[in-house]
Design a protein around this ligand. Structure first.
Ligand SMILES: [Zn+2]
Length: 159
């Protein structure tokens, strides 16, 4: 049995926790684990999520973020980049951009925009080895932004 590092009095016991906030751990907002196995201190109640569980949680979370069609928020950009195991410079290179652009997305100085959100989501879908998810993202592409081609106005020629 592992001694609790928080209170140094109790011991960790394996339990199913009803709800546990892992936002600080993952650097995202409002991420709750529900009915998840974890180690809980029998004295102070400190909850520790084991590496194996955390890894599967992180992959599920990446999927959840990828499945949405909205513009990614700064913390989500960083989270997905880390899922890809890329540096800011490496991600910029993949997308044909400068490192500073990625730095600005992650700091929130500049919005990533829907088109680049989609490009990043697509990279992650392939990284997760999920072709179904990649196709789902690709299907979102035509709905991006306003049409750039103006309506065709064709005047009928006199015969
Ligand atoms: Zn404790």
């Amino acid at each position: 049995m592992i001694r609790c590092s928080n209170c140094e009095k109790g011991k960790f016991r394996r339990r199913i926790v009803e709800s546990h906030d892992v936002s600080p751990l993952l650097g995202l907002d409002q991420v709750m684990l529900l009915k998840t196995p974890a180690l809980v201190c029998d004295h102070c109640g400190t909850v520790t999520v084991e590496g194996e569980v955390l890894e599967s949680v992180m992959a599920s979370l990446a999927r959840l973020i990828v499945e949405q069609g909205e513009e990614l928020r700064p913390k989500e950009v960083r989270y997905l980049r880390e899922t890809l195991d890329l540096t800011q410079a490496e991600l910029a290179e993949r997308l044909g951009l400068k490192r500073l652009t990625v730095v600005r997305w992650e700091s929130g100085a500049v919005g990533i925009g829907r088109a680049q959100s989609l490009a990043l989501r697509s990279l992650v879908a392939w990284h997760l080895d999920d072709p179904r998810l990649a196709r789902q993202i690709a299907s979102l592409a035509p709905r991006l932004g306003p049409r750039t081609i103006p309506p065709y106005r064709i005047k009928r020629m006199a015969s």
